[in-house]
Ligand binder design. Structure first.
Ligand code: SF4
Length: 282
């Protein structure tokens, strides 16, 4: 059996919540942050898919300002389409399409500036255009890459993989606050799991990865080390045991997490939980 990498961070967040969702089959109501997160993922995915067309359309030296306008227009058009595709989900969380655009356009705009500037510098140093520019451009970005492994008992979709001269670097894009230092523990484990999957997929060692906190525009580095495999394997074992288990784990004892949890009312209702346990696993 293979489990999704996203379960690793869910487990580390609160094992009781994972049990409620996966064993007792409770569903958390939709959340504004999740819908905005999906829109951002969809936008980034489509930006990466459009990249070849944008780059090959550059046929001559263009001032940086011209490249910025071209990238910005294209990226914001992709964002608007992603928002329109998620119209119903936005309505479900009482968020207007305009609000979704206001809250997402700043970092999509920044991303377009960064990419325009990278292309400008590459052209300045290499003086190549069109197809040749695309062929030689580095890094190439693979997006939403599907990976899985029987040995690791894991499967998942990596947000982005940057390919530099045969080296693969995984990137995870996250919404929400970044920690003061480094990355949140669950994000580190998730990136470690993706690095192991990537290593097996391309048969190349993975030395490092990054977590990008989109809201605060921070890119945090993670050095991949050999101990991560042991840590990931242990968590996978624990999750598989939990999914087979008949025992509801204890509360996470973290007020902050419980306050934001969409399953809180059921989780703290002993009678409801005990009825669910009888129905689902008796
Ligand atoms: S309310 Fe708290 S303990 Fe219960 S599932 Fe949610 S986060 Fe976990």
């Amino acid at each position: 059996m293979k489990i999704s990498v996203s379960l690793l961070s869910s487990y580390l967040y609160c094992s009781r919540k994972l049990f409620l969702e996966k064993v007792l089959l409770l569903k958390e109501p939709p959340k504004e942050s999740l819908v905005l997160g999906s829109i951002r993922h969809e936008t980034y995915d489509n930006i990466n898919k459009a990249e070849e067309l944008i780059v090959t359309s550059i046929a001559k030296k263009t001032p940086l300002a011209g490249l910025e306008v071209m990238y910005r227009q294209k990226y914001l058009q992709i964002l608007r389409q992603a928002i329109a595709n998620n119209r119903q989900r936005l309505e479900d969380v009482n968020l207007s399409m305009l609000d979704a655009y206001r809250r997402s356009s700043a970092f999509i705009s920044d991303e377009s500036m960064t990419r325009a500037s990278n292309i400008f510098s590459f052209i300045e140093s290499n003086n190549v255009f069109g197809d040749e520019l695309w062929q030689r451009l580095e890094p190439k970005i693979l997006s939403e890459l599907r990976v899985e492994s029987e040995t690791l008992r894991l499967k998942g979709i990596i947000d982005q993989v940057h390919v530099y001269n045969g080296e693969y670097v995984p990137f995870e894009l996250k919404t929400g606050r970044a920690p003061n230092d480094g990355v949140w523990p669950s994000h580190r484990v998730q990136l470690a799991a993706y690095s192991l999957l990537l290593q097996e997929h391309f048969k190349k060692p993975i030395k490092e990865g990054f977590v990008v906190y989109l809201d605060t525009k921070e890119k945090r580095h993670i050095a991949v080390n050999p101990y991560m495999k042991e840590e990931v394997t242990q968590i996978v074992n624990d999750i598989l045991a939990l999914l087979e288990s008949r025992e509801l784990p204890d509360f996470c004892h973290n007020e902050n997490k419980c306050r934001k949890c969409g399953l809180k009312s059921t989780c703290y209702n002993e009678e409801e939980v005990s009825n669910l346990l009888k129905v689902r696993i008796s």
